[in-house]
Design a protein around this ligand. Structure first.
Ligand code: BTN
Length: 305
């Protein structure tokens, strides 16, 4: 994290006069104000003033930090969260150079996409965390629906799919202190106006963009505003224990239920199973070939049919 923050400050010309030795002696937490200061300036495409204009939220996105290029918005958000950032703070970057996906994968983040992280300080028990992930998927699906696309589906736990191709991924990371959750960092990557041919070949087939689906570019700032509004609505449901409603919205858009999948869980052998549904805790409920039922809490499910 230290390396990421120093790289950002150097790139933005905030550490040009100091020697490497001097920089190394500075406590990383002293950089928080500088990181916030840089993030208050608009970039060429992402404009905080446009996002905030008419934005109908109470706390999500009230603090917005915008960058030209970072390694990962999740890392910057985590740094700001550890340095007192408020509930609902949002970190956005035009590009990411070392973004993280789920299951330790990397995430392509060229210009034209929406790469953002939300700092959330939810007031719920640890066991409810998987539901935040599902809820975020619902918020993205609803935001996409507001652009006019009607075909959004959610592949467990929270990949957003359009006509069988992935358009958005979500990575949720918890910042804990003495075993309690202080902050949840919710990283969202939407392939909005990207040119798919910029992606590595092996990803091109399974990926789509909003621009390709809509036949036109979608304004990034408008889409961010719409998503943040949807996110606040669903996180309020979450805070008020409206878990059934979140699950209902998720199930309505499920891409996984009724399909045969290969389940890949950490520390477990892969197996094939039929997806029956989603449990109240947000686990995927599957039936194995031998008829036994399993709840999949983390990992991946590769669709086989
Ligand atoms: C996935 O593997 O599907 C999750 C991808 C999550 C990507 C987003 S982009 C913004 C945030 N910063 C990151 O480094 N990752 C997330």
């Amino acid at each position: 994290m230290r390396e990421e923050i120093i790289k950002l400050l150097k790139k933005e010309g905030k550490l040009s006069n100091e020697s490497i030795e001097e920089i190394q002696q500075i406590d990383i937490h002293d950089f928080a104000n500088l990181v916030e200061e840089i993030g208050k300036e608009d970039t060429e495409y992402i404009k905080a003033s446009e996002i905030s204009k008419d934005m109908d939220t109470e706390y999500i996105g009230k603090n917005l930090y915008v960058y030209n290029e970072v390694k990962s918005t999740n890392t910057v958000a985590k740094f700001l969260a550890m340095n007192g950032a408020e509930n609902g703070t949002v970190v956005i970057s035009e590009k990411q150079t070392d973004a993280r996906g789920r299951s330790g994968k990397s995430w392509e983040s060229p210009l034209g996409g929406i790469w953002l992280s939300i700092i959330l300080q939810p007031n719920v028990h640890y066991s409810k965390l998987p539901l935040i992930t599902l809820a975020t998927g619902v918020a993205v699906a609803k935001a996409i629906e507001r652009t006019g696309i009607t075909s959004s589906e959610i592949k467990w736990p929270n990949d957003i799919m359009l006509h069988g191709k992935k358009v958005c991924g979500i990575l949720t990371e918890a910042v804990t202190k003495f075993n309690t959750i202080e902050n949840v960092i919710i990283g969202v990557g939407i392939d909005a106006n990207i040119d798919i041919s910029d992606f590595p070949e092996e990803l091109q087939d399974g990926t789509t963009t909003l621009a390709d689906e809509l036949g036109r570019k979608e304004d990034e700032n408008t889409l961010i505003r719409i998503f943040l509004e949807e996110f606040e609505k669903i996180s309020e449901l979450f805070n008020n224990e409206g878990f059934e409603e979140i699950l209902k919205e998720w199930r309505k858009r499920s891409y996984s239920i009724g399909k045969i999948v290969e389940v890949r869980e950490p520390f477990n052998k892969n197996y094939d199973a039929y997806v029956l549904g989603i449990s109240r805790e947000g686990a995927l409920v599957v039936e194995k070939i031998d008829g036994t039922l399993e709840k999949v809490i983390s990992g991946e499910c590769i669709i086989k049919n």
